[in-house]
Ligand binder design. Structure first.
Ligand code: PLP
Length: 393
């Protein structure tokens, strides 16, 4: 079957695209190619092998057939020309920085970027590569206009950012970045390809951590970069080979299994999260709810412009002290306490609790911000759990 036929929808892509059944005995599920190398009929064939050819396999740090099927699907889902899957989201993110930034260059980054990536570009990169960093809140295009200069090589976005849920205007930022030859990187983990396709809006690199919704079952750590320029794709492929961050075949296979149901799971998380957000918004002890899908969200217009829906992560602040916020989190029963999100389970966390008050405000949040991931236990049980916990304070 012509693979283009299967590109018609996200559902079709996750079900059938990139699977060339005839290559593996017509099994409906591909095998886990658990091998580190591939062999050749003669030494010239080995030397002449083209590592960029889709069906040429040489060595497992470069490419693997199970990984390749996943990469074909993720590239198609994000409307890119190629994707590269990594052993973690951070392996993907740091490889993207190394593929785009040269010594002495400038990086423009939102204040709420994923913490370890923010540390990497603000501490490691200046020390190792002499780069500079310019922080932006990210809510206004004007701010980017001032921050992006001739020396800017990379703009790091995450929209919505995963604690405060502020959005950035992707198309407007891409235009400013491209005017100085900089690339735009965006962490699209929150939206998934189901609800936002940043490459269509002008971004150059889309990153997802597979550990969240793409894996979807809290049993895999992985990450992906999707790009739209074929020449730049080769740069990323070379960097991954050099830095060695490719995902293992077993994890790639688990991710393939996870993405089969992406288009079913993501709207289910989103529908439940909207109900929880509306419940919290109307609760007298809640001061503020951060969820772009709410009509009252300050950037709801931008939300409608660049997103097609909202997933299962939100945060809120109570009318009260951080001790009371801790008490709420500690008395939840269905929500478990833990980092990460994107799996079947509901989770509560306080990402800013141990930051200084100053740092939390700088990031646009508060020490008492409670972040919830809305899982698939059923929304009535989740609201009842929150209702009991809020009644305790
Ligand atoms: C978890 C997370 C990451 C990092 O992914 P890992 O797979 O843990 O390395 C990056 N961005 C966001 C938004 C995340 O939530």
């Amino acid at each position: 079957m012509d693979q283009e036929f299967y590109k018609s929808s996200p559902e079709m892509i996750t079900a059938h695209y990139g699977e060339e059944y005839e290559r593996y005995y017509n099994a409906i599920v591909p095998p886990i190619y658990m091998n580190s190398l591939n062999i050749f009929p003669n030494i010239d064939a080995y030397f002449d092998a083209d590592k960029f050819d889709k069906h040429t396999y040489i060595y497992g740090r470069v490419q693997n057939p199970t990984v390749r099927i996943l990469e074909d699907k993720l590239a198609a889902l994000e409307h890119g020309c190629a994707s590269y899957v990594f052993s973690s989201g951070m392996a993907a993110a740091t490889t993207a920085v190394q593929a785009t930034v040269k010594a002495g260059g400038n990086i423009v980054c939102i204040r709420n970027a994923y913490g370890p990536l923010a540390n990497y570009v603000s501490e490691h990169c200046p020390a190792a590569m002499g780069t500079t960093i310019t922080w932006v809140e990210g809510n206004s295009v004007e701010e980017f206009k001032e921050a992006i200069t001739e020396n800017t090589q990379l703009v790091i976005l995450e929209s919505p950012a995963s604690v405060t849920f502020f959005l950035q205007d992707i198309a407007a930022v891409a235009e400013l970045a491209h005017a100085v030859g900089a690339k735009v990187y965006i962490d699209n983990t929150f939206c998934t390809p189901v609800y936002q396709n940043p490459l269509d809006l002008g971004a150059d690199i889309v990153m997802h951590t597979i550990s969240k919704y793409l894996g979807g079952h809290s049993d895999v750590i992985g990450g992906v970069l999707v790009v739209k320029d074929p020449d730049f794709a080769k740069v990323v492929a070379d960097k991954r080979e050099l830095l060695g961050g490719i995902i293992g075949p077993m994890e790639a296979w688990l991710t393939l299994r996870g993405v089969r149901t992406l288009s079913v799971r993501v709207p289910a998380h989103g529908a439940a999260a909207l109900k929880v957000a509306q419940y919290l918004e109307n609760h007298p002890k809640v001061r503020k709810v951060n969820y772009p899908g709410l009509e009252s969200f300050p950037q709801h217009e931008l939300y409608k412009k660049q997103m097609r829906g909202c997933t299962g992560l939100l945060s809120f602040e109570i009318e009260g002290t951080k001790e009371q916020a801790k008490q709420i989190v500690n008395s939840l029963k269905v929500f478990k306490i833990g980092v990460s999100w994107g799996g079947f389970e509901s989770l509560a966390c306080m990402p800013m609790l141990r930051l200084s008050d100053e740092k939390a405000q700088w990031m646009g949040g508060d020490q008492n911000t409670i972040r919830l991931h809305i899982g698939l236990e059923g929304v009535d049980a989740l609201i009842a759990d929150l209702d009991d916990a809020l009644a305790n304070i």
